[in-house]
Design a protein around this ligand. Structure first.
Ligand code: FES
Length: 201
């Protein structure tokens, strides 16, 4: 899908560059830095990678989350996931209109959400395992974790003990849906923003 010019946010969530007061919550901090708990432990190394760096292939390493159009409201059918990668290629995610209000849901009914489809337990793929009757993703084919997408990706069965990473979304006045951040740490990464190739923004 082609990307659009920078949209007007309708979510009310401040843009990263304007967040200075009040102090960030832990969730906001993780969103704007893309750094997980593991990353905080190695703060020195993370600080180094968050400086402006370019690979030999002239691909810019992400230092903040890009704003990327993933769909339009008219593209969505209730219970039918749309797959996309964010913020890096291979970081697979689902955009879903749940048909019921959800935590951090967007759109007129507050029922449009997006989540990583990489299980936080040990990284098995969750794509293809959405159950619309219960608004859950899972059970994971490896150890049966199931996540409630209306409740911020909270695990409800299986081995996982952490929420599934949720993609922060916004919708502009024309109905374009944008990914603009991630709450939580995608399995296999200390920093959601690298290593890897950024999706086109
Ligand atoms: S990898 Fe999904 S439950 Fe273990």
């Amino acid at each position: 899908m082609e990307n659009s010019p920078t949209p007007e946010s309708s979510s009310g969530t401040p843009e990263p560059s304007t967040v200075s007061s009040p102090p960030m919550t832990r969730r906001q901090f993780l969103t704007y830095t893309g750094v997980g708990v593991g990353g905080l432990v190695v703060g020195g190394a993370v600080g180094a990678v968050l400086t402006r760096v370019f690979s030999s292939g002239q691909t810019q390493v992400l230092t903040t989350y890009p704003q990327v159009q993933v769909a339009h409201l008219s593209d969505l059918q209730p219970g039918k996931p749309i797959a996309f990668d964010y913020p890096l290629k291979g970081q697979s995610s689902y955009l879903i209109k749940l048909g019921k209000p959800a935590i951090d849901g967007v759109g007129p009914a507050g029922d449009v959400v997006a989540f990583s489809t990489i299980c936080v337990h040990m990284g098995c793929p969750l794509a293809g395992h959405y159950q619309d009757a219960h608004k859950v993703l899972g059970p994971c084919p490896c150890h049966l974790s199931t996540y409630d997408l209306s409740l911020g990706g909270m695990p409800v069965t299986g081995a996982a003990t952490e929420n599934l990473p949720q993609i922060e979304l916004s919708v502009d006045g024309s109905g374009n849906i944008f990914a603009k951040g991630v709450w939580g740490v995608i399995y296999g990464f200390e920093n959601n923003l690298q290593p890897g190739t950024a999706v086109k923004s």
